[in-house]
Design a protein around this ligand. Sequence first.
Ligand SMILES: Nc1ncnc2c1ncn2[C@@H]1O[C@H](COP(=O)(O)OP(=O)(O)OP(=O)(O)O)[C@@H](O)[C@H]1O
Length: 251
Amino acid sequence: MWIMPLRMNSSQSDSDTVISLKHVGKSFGEMVVFEDISLHVNRGEIVSILGSSGSGKSTLFNIIAGLIPIDHGDVIVKGTVGYMQQKDLLLPWKTVSANVGLPLKLKGVEKEDIKKRIEEYLPLVGLEGYEDKFPFQLSGGMRQRASFLRTLMTSEEIFLLDEAFGSLDSITRGQMQKWLLEMKRELDNTVVFITHDIDEAILLSDRIYVISKIPAEIKKEIDVDFHKDDKNKRLLSSKTLQLKQEILRYL
Ligand SMILES: Nc1ncnc2c1ncn2[C@@H]1O[C@H](COP(=O)(O)OP(=O)(O)OP(=O)(O)O)[C@@H](O)[C@H]1O
C-alpha cells in the first residue's frame, strides 16, 4: 500500500508544528529502514538529524518531501518545501546563473529581477565570476554552493538540506554556516538539516535528533538552548564538550 504525506498550506492550521511523523515505517524489500519512527519540527526551528552513514537520513527527507511512500504511520507537512539533495542535481546543460535562477524563473519572476538577485547572491557563496560557467567546469565544493544557493532562492517555508556543506573545506563551510543562519533570520523559515558533523549540528540547531543505525530509531532528542543569540560562542562553551560526549555515546 502506498501512503503519501498529507500536505497542507501553512495557513490551514495555526499549530506550531510544520512537520510531524508519527509511528512511520519504511522498508526497501527485506531491508527495514524505519520500524516506528516519530519526530516533529516546529515553525521557525533549525533541527538537525544526526546519524552515521546509512542510518536512513536521506530516506527520511525523501519521505518528508513526498518523493517516496511510507509503509505505515502518519506524515504531515504544512508548507512549501525546498529540498537540497546530497547529489547536487545541477542541470549540466545550463550555466551557474541559469541553474541558480531556475526556481525564480519557474515562479514567473521577471528576467531582470532574477539577474539582480543572482548578482547580489553569487558573491555570498563565493561564485562571483562563475555566472557563465557550466557545472562540469566547477569543483565539487562550488557545485555544492551553487546547489545550496539554488535551494535558498526558492524562499520556501521549509528547507530540507541534506549534507549541504559535506564537501566543503572548513573555512568555506564556516562561511556557509554563517550565511545560512543570516538567511534563516531574514526569511524566518524552517530548516531541517542532515549532517554527520556533531560540531555543525550543535552550531546550527535549536534541536538535534540523534538517530541510530537501521532499523533507525531516535536515540536522543537534544534541545540546544544555550547561546541562542551568538551561536559562535556555542563552539567555545564547556557545555558543547559535554553535549558532544553525550551525542557520541548514541552514535
Ligand atoms: N530506493 C532505495 N532502494 C533500496 N534501498 C535503498 C533505497 N534508498 C535507500 N536505500 C537503503 O536504505 C538505507 C538507508 O539509506 P539512506 O540513504 O537513507 O541513509 P543515509 O543515512 O542518508 O546515508 P548517508 O549518510 O551515507 O547518505 C541504505 O542501506 C540504503 O542502501
